[in-house]
Ligand binder design. Structure first.
Ligand code: ZN
Length: 243
């Protein structure tokens, strides 16, 4: 069995500057996610902004990643433009991309969307209910028709994104707002999923339903097998090579 090669990319900033975040995620959100997502069919590694001069995303790492998860918030502008562009090209060539929480403003996501991706927000850490509005989609399998987040940052409409391929989740917040909190997109050969939970001092990445959604999205976004005109199977339709 070919494992899905997953790279979890994290800004890894708030854990160093906010005691509450450090207590919530002692090893960083990326390591929390890596542990929670561990499975026999996944080969998971982590990378972060200050890991090295390439933000942990060397060509070798990019070229051996099938699905990338991305969490960024305060330091989007610190991501080098050429690295962001390489991520975009990799997605166009088939890499799956999962944008988590404030990654809606991350350089690769905005480049892929081609729209401002701004939204209404309120940092009140209020109760939220995530409604599963597409229960037959692969990403929603095993996920209840609704589940509660005990506290989460409010992200609300209008969310300035292109029309999604599929709208999977609509989230209601105790303050009254609603949000298209789980959306899929296709760009080139790459599948993209945006999912809103994951504010840095909220426990959403400890929530089993959130983890189930992210786990499903990795399998959904993994590149498939391509069969060329001569009938040869290409195991991975990646790296921009001819097939
Ligand atoms: Zn946030």
């Amino acid at each position: 069995m070919n494992k899905i090669r997953v790279t979890i990319w994290h800004e890894f900033f708030h854990e160093h500057t906010n005691d509450d975040v450090a207590a919530m995620y002692p090893d960083g959100m990326h390591e929390c996610l890596a542990a929670a997502l561990q499975a026999d069919d996944l080969e998971i590694r982590t990378a972060w902004l200050m890991q090295d001069e390439d933000h942990g995303l060397s060509d070798d790492v990019l070229n051996s990643t099938d699905v990338m998860l991305w969490w960024g918030h305060a330091l989007h502008d610190n991501v080098r433009d050429d690295i962001a562009e390489k991520v975009v090209q990799r997605v166009l060539n088939g890499m799956g991309f999962i944008a988590l929480h404030s990654a809606h403003m991350a350089k690769p996501f905005c480049k892929l969307m081609g729209q401002p991706c701004k939204l209404r927000w309120r940092c009140a850490n209020e109760k939220a209910i995530v409604w599963n509005v597409h229960p037959t989609h692969p990403i929603t399998q095993g996920v209840p028709l609704h589940f509660e987040l005990e506290r989460e940052e409010m992200y609300g409409e209008v969310f300035q994104i292109p029309q999604p391929d599929d709208l999977l989740f609509i989230t209601w917040f105790a303050g009254g707002n609603v949000f298209r909190g789980g959306c899929t997109f296709t760009r080139g050969l790459g599948k993209i999923f945006y999912f809103h939970p994951g504010h840095e001092d909220c426990p959403s990445f400890h929530n089993p339903n959130v983890i189930k959604v992210i786990a499903n999205s990795i399998r959904w976004a993994a590149p498939g097998t391509l069969i060329d005109l001569e009938g040869n199977k290409s195991q991975k339709m990646l790296v921009g090579g001819d097939v």
